[in-house]
Structures are given as structure tokens and as C-alpha cells.
Design a protein around this ligand. Sequence first.
Ligand code: GDP
Ligand code: IMO
Ligand code: MG
Length: 427
Amino acid sequence: MNYCVVGLQWGDEGKGKVVDILAENSDIVVRYAGGANAGHTVIIGDERFALHLMPSGAVRPGMACVIGNGVVVDPEVLNGEIEGLSKRGISLEGRLFISENAHVVLDYHKQEDRLREEALGKNKIGTTARGIGPCYADKVGRSFAIRMADFRDMDGLYNKLVQIAEYKNKILNALYNVPPVDTESIFTKCRMYRENLLRYVCNTTRYLHEAMEQGKKVLFEGAQGSLLDLDHGTFPFVTSSNSSSLGMGAGCGVPMKMIDTFIGLVKAYSTRVGAGPFPTEQDNEIGNRIREKGHEYGTTTGRPRRCGWFDAVAVAYSARIGGIDEIAMMHLDTLAGLPELQVCRAYRIDGHETTFFPCDAEELSQVECVYETLPGWDADVSGITQYRDLPTEMRHYIELIESIVRTPITILGVGPRRSQAIFRNRS
Ligand code: GDP
Ligand code: IMO
Ligand code: MG
């Protein structure tokens, strides 16, 4: 079986955990979009790993890890992750494959990201400041882009950097009056990146196709969430890649038809980091309670996540555009203790009810939520392993969402650990 795991909300749905679980039956794990803006948590025993660029399968010994062409690679972060894992006894030697076509995030991208956000003031996107937007912009612009393959020819890379710095300095100076990009210091760092990373760089499309022809099982790991998708998310409050499952084919060169099951990930409620419309947001005691109980603080930036009720209109939309076969719902344990729960089953726009999600940020900010209210539960479910043993109210909650979203919910998260997942069809 080849699986693709993708977030159906605004990110942080628990992809790290689910990928880690599914990796047990896979040979290769592939990241295909985003960059170091992602923060995927894997917990094994007492050890916690927060991975930003490395596929979450990396923590399993022997698992092959691919960073596809659709990822924007910050070599400093990736290098740090390889070293960090190595210090914890996890070596990537011989099992990490980085696409030669993946674009490289350099210091000036991060600087541009920060300066642009500062200039936007209250209209900022609330990016992670990891240089994601500027790097993808250079990729689309083509003329001033650096790819992993460029580390093979250091003279050629130097000449490119000189030309890029000349261009960027004119813009940065005119717009922000900041000191110029220092080509020499960037080039010095690039020498180190070459030293540490070049041996992993290859044609990952070829690698994946050959491996699949040999019958290897591949797990594709989405980053961010479908509602942050550049084309299908809540534009302009999105990331700069196709973070829904639609980005998978383009991001690694493997067609979607090779996937047996698309697993869409959700939390049992909603969260969002950064700016942008969030119809079910609870900027009140309920939101605070969910944030504290669920430890809803960014894995990458540490920012508090905005919290709210489950939005079935938004998730039905993500499931539909992403061709989702099954849903995994995490953080059911976090909702324990709330006397009543609300699920948004429709929006009211200009007095009319609709169940279709309007992804335009302006339109979405005008909607009124139509809620279904359900009784809560107050049991500790963290040790439960069978669906039938979950509280009746929780099962009703799950089944109501399933009927609105019209997709089976097959994996249930009752805690952050590997073992705290219930496989509903296997109970
Ligand atoms: P990702 O970006 O989708 O991989 O998610 P993050 O790692 O950024 O955030 C998810 C957080 O929820 C992490 O701290 C996980 O350890 C935690 N987590 C995942 N599943 C569950 C669950 O079922 N219950 C609880 N309480 N925590 C969970
Ligand atoms: P994972 O993979 C949650 C959000 C940022 C911001 C917007 C644009 O851990 O789920 P960017 O830096 O990409 O230009 O920021 O997207 N964002 C995420 N939110 N989880 C993520 O990744 C995110 N990656 C980006 O907060 O609103
Ligand atoms: Mg995350």
C-alpha cells in the first residue's frame, strides 16, 4: 500500500505522529511540499522529536527518506536536523535522498520574509519567517534561483550568487534601506552545505519510480494543511506551495494514481497560527481551555495557536479537493471536560445557508456559522484501544462529523504517543 497523509485544516493536525505510525509498514517516506515552516512532532517513549524538513519516518532505523523537488530546503536547518538526529544515535547515512531540483532557502530569503511582513504591519500574513514565500517566488521567477544541484559546481554557484546579490541589493536598498547581501559570507556557508549535504543529492524522481517498480511501499507526508494551499486555501493567508494533496504529484514526480489511500488528518477541533479568517474561532475561555489542554503552541515558532470548534464545512471542502479516502482525527482526548461541543455544519452567507466552503479570505470572513450542539464527555480516554470502549458521546461526535464530511474516520488519536491511536476498522 502507498499512502499519502495530508492535513485538512490549517496545519498541525498531528501529521508527524500519524506518519510515524504508518511508517511501520512502509519502506520510504517522502516530503513533497513546504520547507522549514513545518514542525512535525514524533514522540517515541520519553523522546520527543520536532522535525522541520526531515520526513517523519527518519526516526525509524533503516527507513529511506526523500525530500522531493517541491520542498524548499533551508540547508542550515536540514544540516542541523541531520546532526541533531545523529547525536541521538540516528544516522541518515545512505538513506536520505534530496532532490537535485529542490530549491534552496538562503539568508536573504529569510530577511525578505521578515522585512515584507514588517512593512505590511497589521495586514501581515503572520508567516513563520522561514523565507518560504521569497524562495518559492524566486523559483517561479527562475532567473535568481538556486537549486540543490547548484552545489555540484561551486564556481557556477558563486557567479550566480554575485548576480543574485546585485539584483536583490537594489531592491532591498530601495525598499527597506538595509545593509547589502554579503555574497562572501553566503558563499562560505554554501561551501559547508556542499560538504555536508551534496552526498545526499540525487534524482529523487528516478529513485522513487525505480523503488516502486521493485515493490517498495511509499508513504507521502504532506506539510501544512489544505486550507493553507496557495491555490485552494484562504488566500492570501496561505503558504506559498500546494500544501493539499494536489501538490503531491508535482512535488515529487509520482502521479496521484499511484496512491492507494489518501488519509486526511484533522484535529477534533480547529486551530490556526498566523493571520486570516477562522469562522469557528473561540477567542474566549473555550479557546483558551483547548489551547492549554492541547498544548497548542507552534512547533516551529512557539506562537500560541488560535483555537475553535470543529469546522465540518471546511474539512468537507478539503476532503473533496484532495480526493481523501479516510480521515484520521487527533486530539479527541483534549476535548474531555467540556460540557457541550459544537460542530459547524453549514455557513450562512447573506441569509442563505451553504455547505460549500468559500476559500476567498474576504468572503470567508463574512460567514456566520450554523452549529450543531452535542453533549461532551469527561472521561480519560488516553488508555483506550478499542472504538467500542470510547464514551458514547464521543462516538456520536465522531459519527456526526463523519456524516457531514461524508468520509470514514478510521484512525482516532487519544494522546500524543505512538500507541495512543485507535484503528477503528481493526477493532
Ligand atoms: P503536525 O505539524 O501536523 O505534525 O503537528 P504538530 O506536531 O505541529 O502538532 C501536533 C501536536 O499534537 C504535537 O505536539 C503532537 O505531539 C500532539 N498530538 C498528536 N496527536 C495527538 C493526540 O491524539 N492527542 C494529543 N493530546 N496530542 C496529540
Ligand atoms: P505544519 O507542517 C501551521 C502558516 C503560518 C502562516 C502561513 C504562511 O507543521 O502543519 P509561511 O511561513 O509558510 O509563509 O506562513 O502559513 N503555516 C503553518 N501553520 N502549521 C504549519 O506547518 C505551517 N506552515 C506555515 O503560520 O499563517
Ligand atoms: Mg506542525
